[in-house]
Design a protein around this ligand. Structure first.
Ligand code: PLP
Length: 426
């Protein structure tokens, strides 16, 4: 059988297995987007499918690939650990965990120092919410409209989009939501019975929403006034994504608890963590097994995290994101000025960029146009009118420019298509 036929058969078999054993709705969605191809390998900002086609990754695994795919230093560290002890005995000292926890404490702002390690962003948020309840002895939590904190019961309760919440009601009680970026709303929502205020410093899945300057300082102040804890969810924004190591540093504010995941695994392992001040952490110490996880903090994951933290610092990923982000935002704003009827707004910081289209269908057509040009992109989970650009921070400038060229072409192609349809229907 010719090699090409064989590859096509593998692709079809994978698709059929998706339809039958994974989720037929997801299979249809991928097909509709032209992404019913099998991912095969990746390096840096590039991904290849089974048939050898090359894609520029502008989705970056929803932010997991800040260090790029298969960063050599992270892969080498994990390979070495794999040869020694991948998972922990759980009852002896775990050196990679200790080293990762120390490395994280050294770069996080304020007095954040003690951390618990888990396997995903949503677990980090669950842990943060439990710690806030434990420390304050209160149960109420204030969160923001359209927030995204994950999809397990606690983090879903903190999230702000009904589409994902409604089918699972009732969720965890005690959550109220306020408009994001509105300092006044915080003043009335946070009170003496509030355990925590949880915020993303820049909302990612809401459509990349940058709050007004000083918003996080207002959040800090209102929490301090009422003895509530400020949980900053940096799962998506952390480790350089927005042009600072942590997005809260734009407002010079530290949370009482910070959650991290995605890039923390260096694009090689699934890793999450929540980190708090020693004073808050002290309530976890009388019973250190009050919160636990079999796989959380495993040596492979922590080895990846420690290498990822070193890469973020030594390769100055925040600086790279800031510089490349400025370039991308400038080009995109020119596009918005040329095509205001299609590109309604461009916003973001560093390499967390949202492009809001005038209509959901326009966003869908532009994404399809990008995929045709072999650029991987998607919309934000809580706002389908917004296309997110979230490439690996190690992306080369010419790769980014190729992706931006493709985006401009895809917008023009969509405009021509919409123009034709309007002409036909007029
Ligand atoms: N928090 C934020 C800010 C996120 O953006 C996400 C995921 O997109 C999560 C939490 C949940 O992370 P995970 O998908 O790893 O559970």
């Amino acid at each position: 059988m010719p090699a090409d036929d064989h590859l096509q058969q593998v692709r079809e078999a994978t698709f059929a297995a998706y339809q039958r054993y994974v989720n037929s709705g997801l299979a249809s969605l991928l097909k509709f987007m032209g992404l019913d191809v099998v991912e095969e390998r990746a390096q840096g900002a590039l991904v290849w499918d089974l048939e050898g086609n090359e894609y520029i990754d502008c989705l970056g695994g929803y932010g997991a690939y800040s260090m790029g795919h298969r960063h050599p230093r992270i892969v080498a560290a994990v390979q070495e650990q794999l040869g020694k002890l991948p998972l922990s005995t759980k009852i002896m000292l775990n050196r990679p965990l200790a080293e990762a926890a120390q490395a994280l404490a050294e770069i996080t702002p304020g007095e954040l120092a003690c951390s618990f390690w888990c396997n995903s962003g949503t677990e980090a948020v669950e842990g943060a919410l439990k710690l806030a309840r434990l420390y304050t002895g209160r149960a109420k939590v204030v969160a923001a409209h359209n927030a995204f904190h994950g999809k397990t019961m606690g983090s879903l309760s903190a999230s702000g989009r009904d589409l994902f919440k409604q089918p699972f009601l009732p969720l965890v009680p005690g959550f109220t939501h306020v408009p994001f970026g509105d300092g006044e709303a915080l003043q009335t929502a946070v009170a003496g019975d509030t355990a925590a205020l949880i915020l993303e410093p820049i909302q990612g899945e809401a459509g990349v929403i940058v709050p007004p300057p000083g918003y996080l300082r207002q959040a800090r102040e209102v929490c301090d006034r009422h003895g509530a804890l400020l949980i900053l969810d940096e799962v998506q924004t952390g480790l350089g994504r927005t042009g600072r190591m942590f997005a809260c540093q734009y407002d010079d504010v530290a949370g009482d608890i910070m959650t991290l995941a995605k890039a923390l695994g260096g694009g090689v392992m699934p890793v999450g963590a929540f980190i708090a001040t020693p004073r808050i952490w002290s309530v976890m110490e009388p019973n250190p097994l009050l919160h636990s996880s079999t796989f959380g903090g495993n040596p492979l994951a922590c080895t990846a995290a420690r290498a990822a933290l070193a890469v973020a610092v030594e390769e100055d990923l925040p600086g790279r994101a800031a510089k490349l982000g400025e370039h991308a935002l400038a080009r995109l704003r020119e596009l918005a000025a040329r095509r205001p009827d299609y590109v309604a707004e461009v916003r973001g910081r560093g390499l967390l960029i949202g492009i809001r289209f005038a209509h959901e269908d326009v966003a869908g057509l532009v994404i399809a146009g990008l995929v045709q040009r072999r650029i991987l992109a998607a919309y934000t989970l809580n706002n389908p009118t917004v296309l997110r650009l979230e490439p690996p921070l190690v992306i080369e400038r010419d790769q980014l420019d190729r992706a931006l060229d493709a985006l401009e072409e895809a917008v023009e192609q969509t405009a021509a298509l919409v123009g034709d349809v309007m002409g036909t229907t007029a």
